[in-house]
Design a protein around this ligand. Sequence first.
Ligand code: MN
Length: 305
Amino acid sequence: MLSRRAVLSSAGLTLLGCAVKSRVEAGRAVSLVLPAQPTRDGAGVSLNRALGQRALSVLDPFLLLDEFHTDDPSDYLAGFPEHPHRGFETVTYMLQGAMEHRDVLGNQGRLGPGGAQWMTAGHGIIHSEMPRQERGLMWGFQLWVNLPRARKLIAPRYQDIAPSRIPEADVDGVRLRVVAGSTFGRTGPVSGIDVEPLFVDLAPAKGAHLRQPVPSGHTVFAYVTEGAVRLGSSQREVPRGHLAVLEKGTSVEVTGATEDGRLLLLAGRPWNEPIARMGPFVMNTDDEVRQAFDDYRAGRLLLGG
Ligand code: MN
């Protein structure tokens, strides 16, 4: 009994220490934790929607976060056949399985485990995103990132990132991969993105602790992909499949709560602009969305609107 009480009180002191330290260093607090919601999209792909769901439609500049994680081929084989986008960026990050993207201009790429694609749709792309496997586990994410009004109709751009280009590090027992942004001396391969994103994949060992710096004016959220982690200044435990929104501050406290804890941490500059979205188009006004549909139907989407 004595040793158990000693452990408890030491844990209590650690928590207290964290709280005091994070106030001094402006550690962000968790303001909201939400489970991802099962849904279907594309031609019938089963996925879990963490952001862009009824309870949380947007976290400016982030518009959507989907996780697909299944070893049942009927959940993913239908894929996402040809469809358009305008006015924002789609980011795909794969952990297991293989996807292929192909657009109507002939751009094509394959995404495998650990790889990423940052696609800036700008004035318009028409593409498909299809599985390149018939069985086995398919596990990955798609994030939508908004473009500001002045940049919604820029030329489309693809950044296809092979797994080996994503720098990795081990910081105090936390394994990290930096997809975008700079942190702990590593710089992710994604470049020239308006929201100045930080996109890190963090895997803290149980009890391992990291104070992840984030830009103070950026919107920040985390999505737990495996196990459980403790997040924010009050070290709230967040299990896999849940999204946590973080309040203002210059860092996020991350601690592994299970041996297999893992999370994606995203930060981006908010635009504070009106958002008009319908299906694959995200603009500032309803008129601009109607224009996008008109341009798509008339074959003008790829021409710059
Ligand atoms: Mn798409």
